[in-house]
Design a protein around this ligand. Structure first.
Ligand SMILES: C[S@@+](CC[C@H](N)C(=O)[O-])C[C@H]1O[C@@H](n2cnc3c(N)ncnc32)[C@H](O)[C@@H]1O
Length: 362
């Protein structure tokens, strides 16, 4: 297990997935009859793959992450209003009261976790991952010191590219640049949002890259359609259609079937794959795990994808700050699709990333 993986194993780091579901589904094309492998993380993307009909092995080194996915999967045991209340989206609903209605249905490890962490439920669990708390500090404390609420909300009213480019000129003032660079520096992000180990393979600073990615998402894509951006800037989703699928009424209605198609697996990704038979999987969502691995371990992981993937299985993963892709040594077993990766990357609403890799088992 890498240092980054070991650190991630102990706490709830993510209460939402910050990897764009739409581009993941477009790259991996999950469907009924498929068995796919997904990093579990906060569950949103594993659930989306299961909603598309696939059986999903949702793997994570972190029991806390799996406890969160188990909780999200119990939505069908609750009314829609209570479910949203459980997750902290309905302030009038007592999340702990709702939790106690369903806690008996959780697997034992998840019940233990949430019994010990009812305070996170009370505080609104979707904002309680370590990364979400970091983003919350930005959106709720720092941003109001830079821009008036009206200036922030203006992003969600501008439908034309020209208008957004003009708004960026106003937005990108001295104070924004100074605060952004400090808050999203490697030092502060490692101390408050991610962990120093997650930066183990990162070379150099990250501020300039993140600033350019932020400018791109605010101007080139429409913030009105971007739930990721809405949550960061306003701590809420502004339109129901911008919420992750499992939070929408039609997604909530599917959670009973979906929960039967998802297996929660508590282990390290490569160890899990080594235990699977040849040709098991039709697709892989590797999140940005290769980012945390050295080149040799990335090669080992992709070799396992080539072995456990069926012919045609797509492998999707993000590069945040570390370039990773299928090495030349695997060219006879895995094809790269840089054209598809680039086209989907251009639509990536969760804009932190530097690249989206789409590869395919031969
Ligand atoms: C890879 S992290 C990425 C989140 C986000 N994109 C970022 O970079 O901050 C998402 C999930 O992967 C899990 N994870 C990381 N390395 C893993 C590994 N080798 N095996 C299984 N799960 C892993 C973490 O526990 C976490 O829940």
């Amino acid at each position: 297990m890498s240092d980054a993986t070991a650190t991630l194993a102990t706490r709830l780091n993510y209460s939402q997935c910050w990897e764009d579901t739409n581009i993941l589904l477009a790259a991996t094309r999950p469907k009924e009859g498929d068995r796919v492998l997904s990093i579990a993380s906060a569950g949103d993307n594993a659930i989306a793959m299961a909603m598309a009909g696939a059986k999903v092995d949702a793997v994570d080194v972190s029991e806390a992450q799996l406890a969160l996915v188990a909780l999200k999967l119990l939505g069908h045991r609750l009314s829609y209003g209570d479910y949203r209340g459980l997750l902290g989206l309905e302030p009038s609903v007592d999340a702990v009261r709702v939790y106690r209605l369903i806690r008996e249905r959780l697997p034992e490890f998840a019940r233990r976790y949430w019994d010990d962490n009812e305070d996170m439920l009370l505080a609104g669990v979707l904002s309680q991952g370590r990364f979400e708390r970091y983003l919350g500090t930005f959106g709720q404390r720092l941003l109001p010191a830079i821009h008036r609420k009206k200036t922030t909300m203006r992003w969600f009213e501008l439908d034309s590219l020209d208008e957004r480019r003009r708004h960026w000129k106003r937005w990108n003032n001295l104070r924004w640049r100074a605060m952004f660079r400090v808050f999203f520096s490697r030092r502060v992000m490692a101390a408050r949002g991610r962990s120093p180990e997650q930066f183990q393979h990162v070379e150099g600073g990250i501020g300039n890259a993140l600033m350019a990615r932020t400018q791109r998402v605010l101007t080139e894509l429409n913030p009105r359609d971007n739930g990721y951006l809405q949550w960061i800037l306003t701590s809420s989703y502004l339109h129901p259609e911008c919420e992750p699928a499992y939070l929408r009424p039609e997604g909530h209605a599917q959670l009973g079937d979906v929960s039967e198609r998802i297996a929660l697996v508590h282990t390290d990704l490569t160890s899990h794959m080594k235990a699977q038979s040849d040709g098991t999987y039709s697709a892989f969502n590797l999140s940005d795990v290769p980012e945390y691995l050295d080149l040799a371990t990335t090669e080992e992981l992709l070799t396992e994808c080539a072995r456990t993937g069926r012919s045609g299985a797509r492998i999707a993963y993000w590069n945040l700050f570390v370039p990773r892709c299928r090495p030349a040594s695997l060219a006879d077993r895995i094809d790269r699709h840089p054209d598809i990766g680039l086209a989907l990357y251009a639509q990536d609403r969760s804009f932190f990333y530097g690249a989206f890799q789409v590869e395919e088992v031969r």
